[in-house]
Design a protein around this ligand. Structure first.
Ligand code: FMN
Length: 267
């Protein structure tokens, strides 16, 4: 650095905007942007959106060739008040045994992101979703000696069933995909919330990413509250190596992206 170098004289280097700033600005709704859309274009867009919604409702991602394991239809009654569950909710890293039973896991998945009755012919869900498109998927990594047979599973909310993608689930590989191997070592199972981005991007464009993250937040809070009510321990883990998790789940990591990981065990 020479004496004439502006940095040597204490000038602040010109930094480019952070990616999150660029993203946030590029994905803003603005009245000016809408003003450029003509009435005819807007009507066409509304028709497309209605058709998309029609095509998406009551449809669920399915691994057609994977064996399907039905989860118990009878849910464990959450005999706690919302007040108590909110008070009791904590991130638990000291996870213990016994592992969640199939009944408990079924209840957890159903109440977090399953279906809950029907409204006007559309299966209702326990979380709100931008445009009702429900772009999230939940995967379960069930380690040996759990409430289910060991394996890697995909949750099918419509059938309330797990699709068994692999019959083994290597704990060492899952731990290696986490920045918290000591937490994964004690977990009975791991949940991964994944977003299928094209499903929501087709309507929301750049803004879709915001909506997917918000929806993952809704699911996350449901998971925490239901765990609190069931006496299960859970911790959200943002500390995961994205592409290692994508490899475990055999996802491309571009269209289908892991948003958040949870370690679950007995509280
Ligand atoms: C999106 C999200 C990501 C998180 N990631 C981690 C993580 O990687 N490691 C961890 O130990 N805790 C993680 N947590 C848990 C927070 O540390 C915890 O919620 C916070 O300390 C408050 O504690 P409480 O949940 O017990 O009230 C995460 C929480 C959220 C909501």
């Amino acid at each position: 650095m020479s004496a004439t170098d502006p940095l040597a004289r204490g000038a602040t280097p010109m930094s480019s905007p952070a990616l999150d700033e660029l993203y946030h600005c590029n994905s803003k709704h603005t009245a000016a942007r809408l003003a450029f859309v003509g009435a005819r274009q807007r009507r066409r867009r509304e028709r497309t959106i209605a058709a998309l919604y029609d095509a998406a409702k009551n449809r669920f991602k399915s691994y057609a060739s994977a064996p399907q394991i039905a989860l118990p239809r009878t849910r464990v009654t959450l005999a706690t008040t919302l007040d108590a569950a909110l008070d009791r909710r904590r991130s638990r890293r000291d996870l213990g045994t016994p592992a969640p039973s199939a009944d408990e896991l079924g209840t957890l998945l159903a109440r977090a992101y399953g279906t809950c009755g029907e409204r006007a012919g559309v299966l209702a869900r326990p979380v709100p979703s931008g445009g009702g498109l429900y772009p999230l998927e939940i995967y379960v990594l069930q380690f040996p000696e759990g409430g289910l047979d060991e394996g890697v599973y995909h949750y099918h909310p419509g059938d309330h069933a797990l699709e068994r993608l692999r019959s083994s689930c290597d704990r060492a590989r899952a731990a290696d995909a986490s920045m918290y191997p000591e937490i994964v070592a004690r977990a009975s199972l791991v949940l991964v919330v994944v977003a299928d981005m094209p499903r929501t991007r087709v309507k929301y464009g750049e803004r879709a990413y915001r909506l997917a993250l918000l929806e993952a937040g809704h699911v996350s809070q449901n998971l925490y509250l239901v765990c609190a009510a069931l006496g299960l321990g859970i911790v959200a883990l943002d500390g995961f190596y994205d592409d290692r998790i994508h490899a475990v789940l055999d996802l491309d990591g571009v269209n289908e992206i892991a948003l958040v990981v949870f370690a679950v065990g007995r509280a």
